[in-house]
Design a protein around this ligand. Structure first.
Ligand SMILES: C[S@@+](CC[C@H](N)C(=O)[O-])C[C@H]1O[C@@H](n2cnc3c(N)ncnc32)[C@H](O)[C@@H]1O
Length: 386
């Protein structure tokens, strides 16, 4: 399926190295805005930043407000730490995002379950100490995860499927979620809420607003990196399973149907990795959270990119960095392109799970090989500097 993008400057095509990419359909001058992805489908602001980042436009208080937190709260009690930089942002968020108050209700529910888990663990610890002191308990912990029991040597799709199937029948137990896991729960909830709104209000005006972020089928059309990601970082699966089980327990009634099985959650998680963008300060380096912008997920990476991205409030904008010819692929950079070729390739392989095929890598690798093995150049005649 081809996603609807700003059609004026480019089209989506299959690349020679596999997968899809965006190609210029006409000459484009440098510094042209070629695409704006107006709102994320799923997003989260990290817990530690929630009082300092506007929930709607992602403005960072430390940039604009000289180090103070934002004081326009979602409700007078500051429920869920959701804050805004202005009354306009609060209104827009309520109108466009918090349809039927779903986000507000989910935030409250997540916080309540988290607090309940914290209290339970405190009580269990106290109980245990009493038992140990009175000689009735031993000092070893009996908790072990279902994942540890499966103990894979190589992660396969079967292994992942079976871990998720098991989780579908398990209650959330054990340690309370870490901040990272709670952020993941909120990220998943925001995506599921968009999906729910799309279903609930298919014929209304509200749906049009909600769909600024895109549709569920557009999300499903993104590249799914579940196997690559879990193979590279198997420990992450446990974090995902815990987030899913917690979410199932915390979900408000309207969301329950989307998490009875794990399909929807896995669909979002599989697209998160390899497609999500960091939400950075506009003019700084702090990463405040992350977001999935569906229509912006077709720019491939190049170590000499011809497109740069810049966040404008809630939207992600893409500009050409030089004049572009018809037929050229439009690429951004996913990583720091000041790094050496080895560092870049290691970063892309470890964190993005692909071997970069860009011309700059090819050229620099070639130089590296020639310098390391000069005889290779003589033998083949094909390795050399341009
Ligand atoms: C954000 S998606 C880009 C769109 C993707 N090509 C698709 O078909 O959906 C990132 C994925 O594209 C591929 N990709 C992007 N840049 C690449 C590059 N320079 N070399 C090889 N593969 C690349 C990788 O598979 C990567 O995980």
């Amino acid at each position: 399926m081809i996603v609807t993008l700003t059609p004026e400057h480019f089209e989506q095509r299959t690349t020679v190295y596999g997968g899809r990419g965006l190609f210029a359909v006409k000459p484009i001058p440098s510094n042209t805005l070629i695409h704006a992805s107006s709102s994320p489908y799923a997003s989260v602001i990290y817990r530690e930043y929630r009082k300092e980042v506007c929930a709607y436009c992602f403005a960072y208080a430390f940039e604009a407000n000289r180090g103070r937190t934002w004081n326009i709260k979602l409700d007078p009690n500051g429920t869920g730490g959701v804050r805004f930089c202005s009354a306009e942002c609060k209104d827009a968020w309520r109108r466009e995002e918090d349809i039927d108050s779903m986000i507000s209700q989910m935030n409250i529910s997540i916080d309540q379950l988290d607090q309940k888990m914290q209290r339970q663990v405190e009580n269990q610890k106290m109980q245990r100490q009493v038992e140990i002191r009175s000689g009735r308990g031993d000092r070893t912990s009996s908790s072990s995860s279902s994942l540890a029991k499966l103990n894979p040597t190589v992660v396969t799709q079967d292994f992942i499927d079976s871990a998720w199937k098991t989780a579908e029948n398990e209650e959330f137990t054990g340690e309370p979620l870490s901040s990272l896991e709670l952020d993941l729960v909120r990220f998943l909830a925001s995506g599921l809420i968009h999906r729910c709104i799309e279903r609930l209000q298919e014929s209304s005006e509200t749906r049009k607003l909600a769909c600024k972020a895109g549709t569920w089928s557009e999300l499903l059309d993104l590249q799914n990196n579940e196997l690559e990601y879990i193979s590279a970082a198997p420990h992450v699966l446990e974090r995902q399973l815990r987030a899913y089980k917690f979410l199932r327990q915390a979900a408000i009634p309207t969301l329950k149907q989307y998490i009875l099985n794990s399909d929807s959650v896995r669909a979002i998680l599989g697209r998160d990795q390899g497609n999500a963008f960091g939400i950075f300060e506009v003019d700084g380096d702090d990463m405040l959270g992350y977001a999935l912008f569906l229509s912006a997920s077709y720019f491939n990476h190049d170590c000499s990119p011809n497109v740069r991205k810049k966040r404008h409030g809630r939207s992600m904008h893409f500009y050409t960095t030089r004049d572009i010819d018809v037929g050229e692929e439009l690429c951004t950079n996913y990583i720091d392109i000041e790094d050496s070729v080895s560092e870049r390739r290691e970063n892309l392989s470890k964190n993005w799970y692909f071997d970069c095929v860009c011309r700059r890598c090819e050229r620099e690798l070639s130089t590296l090989r020639t310098n390391t093995y000069p005889e290779a150049k003589e033998a083949t005649g094909i390795i050399g500097v341009e």
